[in-house]
Design a protein around this ligand. Structure first.
Ligand code: NI
Length: 413
């Protein structure tokens, strides 16, 4: 079934996003999808990159569009692709971030559950509009979408299109985050990547001549981690956000809950989040709470909220020694400056692997996240890093960052 008239969104990343299927259109118009308009894609990155204000909603539409373009390219080329899963993977791409919390990583610690778990719950819970739309489309559709997003679906090819080394999610967010932040070296040739991708033997591979296009994509990811995702100033805002949530939770635990601003926050601090309260959480709920608490009676909470809102962030030192001596020294200085180190001193650790692959002991092709290049002439699959020096240089190297954050008026170690 198709819509009578195709729906079109204007989009700075893809030009246009086309919707011709009623299921996709109905999913876009659910409450749970619309909530994503009120959650920033990049959490606290806007404190560093003023352009980085785009929403999870625009990213989700973008992932849907990338999946749509890929399956259309597969169909045009008559590749061995099961076209009956087209709608399933497009819906899964659209819904893959449906369970995201505001400022996800900071909040996930308080919630104690990763957003992927909430994505599956929202899709499977009969009370949500997303579930109702999927169930009305066909029995088992909601379960199939949840399985694609949870990577448990038996069709591994379909799963890898939504989450893999070269998936629609990464293809959209790298381009989108790069364009909105203005960090140009995060860009790559998306149209050509789609053109050189193809299903082969149950996995997505890349045509041999697409080597440099995929190199550019993996290097773009490397640059974006350094320039945007690990940026020390954005991380500082996240450190303060975590301190706010810790203070609010400590106060609530001591029977001194800060002024109640929203039932979802109360439910969060009391550890009794329901589907309804989880889906009520968005950036505006947190910003409003911080805005109210900055005038509240608790001096620590008020100060942390003002720091977050007015962007008076903590400073940091890179790679402090891992022994406890520096931490103890700084805890003393933080205390001497009149701050409680529990909230005003933090070690921030983060890291990633830019190209993670595992080929198994025998170097076989089982590696889940390895990228393979297909050579038509020799009918051979070759793992990417063995053909590319730059990729070999960043492959499997774990980039680990460790920084110590504290207020600016505390003397650095
Ligand atoms: Ni995503």
């Amino acid at each position: 079934m198709r819509l009578n008239e195709e729906k079109v969104f204007k989009d700075p990343v893809h030009g246009y996003i086309y919707v011709s299927d009623p299921l996709i259109w109905d999913l876009i118009n659910t409450r749970e999808m619309q909530r994503l308009r009120r959650i920033r894609q990049l959490g606290t990155s806007y404190v560093t990159y003023p352009g980085g204000e785009h929403s999870r909603f625009s990213h989700s539409l973008g992932v849907y569009e990338v999946v749509r373009q890929i399956v259309q390219a597969f169909a045009r080329n008559a590749y061995d692709w099961p076209s009956e899963v087209n709608l399933l993977v497009m819906a899964s791409g659209l819904l893959h971030d449906i369970g995201h919390a505001p400022f996800s990583h900071a909040l996930e610690k308080v919630i104690g559950l990763r957003h992927e778990v909430w994505s599956e719950r929202i899709i499977l819970d009969p009370s949500t509009e997303v579930h109702q739309v999927l169930a009305a489309h066909s029995p088992g559709m909601a379960e199939d979408v949840a399985a694609i997003i949870g990577k448990t679906h038996p069709n591994k090819l379909a799963v890898s299109l939504v989450s893999g080394q070269l998936d629609a999610d990464r293809l959209d967010y790298l381009m989108r985050d790069s364009i909105y932040t203005g960090v140009d070296y995060g860009k790559f040739d998306l149209a050509r990547i789609i053109r050189v991708m193809r299903p082969h033997g149950g996995r997505i591979v890349v045509k041999r001549s697409g080597l440099h296009t995929v190199e550019a994509y993996l290097l773009a990811r490397y640059f974006m981690y350094w320039q945007v995702y690990f940026h020390p100033v954005s991380r500082s805002a996240e450190v303060i956000l975590k301190a706010i949530l810790k203070r609010a939770q400590d106060l609530a635990g001591a029977g001194r809950e800060p002024e109640r601003t929203h039932f979802a926050l109360t439910a969060l601090f009391e550890g009794r989040l329901t589907m309804a309260s989880y889906c009520a959480l968005d950036d505006t709920v947190l910003f409003n709470a911080f805005n109210v608490w900055q005038y509240g009676p608790d001096q620590i909470l008020a100060d942390l909220c003002r720091r977050f809102l007015d962007r008076r962030l903590f400073t940091y030192v890179d790679a402090p020694p891992t022994d406890s001596a520096v931490y103890e020294l700084m805890a003393g200085r933080v205390r001497a400056a009149g701050y409680d180190p529990h909230y005003y001193l933090a070690v921030d650790e983060t890291g990633t692997v830019y190209y993670d692959y595992y080929l198994g002991a025998a170097g076989d092709l089982k590696g889940d996240s390895a990228l393979f290049l297909w050579d038509e002439a020799s009918q051979q699959l070759t793992e990417m890093s063995s053909l590319s020096e730059p990729i070999k240089a960043i492959a499997q190297e774990k980039q680990a960052l460790r920084r110590l954050y504290f207020p600016e008026d505390v003397p650095a170690p």
